[in-house]
Design a protein around this ligand. Sequence first.
Ligand code: 6GU
Length: 306
Amino acid sequence: ELDDDTIEYSNTLKYLRAYLPPDLATPKLAIICGSGLGGLVNTIEQPKLTRTSKVEFSYSEIPGFVRSTVEGHAGKLVFGLLGVTKVPVVCMVGRFHVYEGHTREQVTFPIKIFKLLGVEVLIVTGAVGSLNSKFKVGDVVILWDHISIPGISGNNPLIGPNQSYFGTRFPSMADAYDFELRRIAFRAAASLNFEKGMIKEGTYCWVAGPSYETRAEARFLNFIGGDVVGMSTVPEVVVARYCGIRVLGLSIVTNMVLTRKPRSADPEKDEPEGIEVHPSHQEVLEASNASATMMQSLVKTVVEMI
Ligand code: 6GU
């Protein structure tokens, strides 16, 4: 099954398969839960386990996985059945970020494991700041494209020898966000009677973080076509597309990014002080938690409709 290039993944597969009950060992769908969205696993049904099987793995025990170090990102892999149609899924509760000091390979390692487990669809969620003045805190953004600032400047997660088992050297990222899945997401939102205006479509700007954007950076990102900005999602999407996995990206707007120019200190101008709120991780987590239930039912409904 695996060639020399991919042998590093076989220990991980062996480890997981040693514990997984047969009906959960080949999930067709993977879900990445971002900050504050981990509650989704509580809606996942788990079958009766035998003494030797298990379906929850903390990242620290999985060969090849690194530890997630961010507050509000628990760090476990959970297998189970989702929704009334009992779709076998694998769920990442908490993810890896480049700003934690993990390499691009470490951040996207789970995606290749998903591919090897048989995953065909990835739903990736996360918190974002909005650059688009038409968006509000609490809106769900169905991603239709991305701009990878680290990617186009030397930190594409696919840098390195090509692993031809997974994909081609120069994969296309045009139409990375699957049209049919996006259509399903709209239908799912409508069936849940979500207020029409809170579902948006937009382009995700990936920045490495961990510092938030300056005002000038935020204006730049908006000017070049970004609607939202975040520190995750894109590396996983790039590797998933490389592997031929279909992708649905759902972002939750947790704050509006400051794009107004700084207050001039020129005494002759005498501008009033701004009253905008600076982004903080606390604020991001609170807004994300506030939208978690809504996001959970959306993901669950999407999964049932696929
Ligand atoms: Cl304002 N910026 C970035 N880079 N990531 C975020 C965010 C802002 N809000 C949530 N995630």
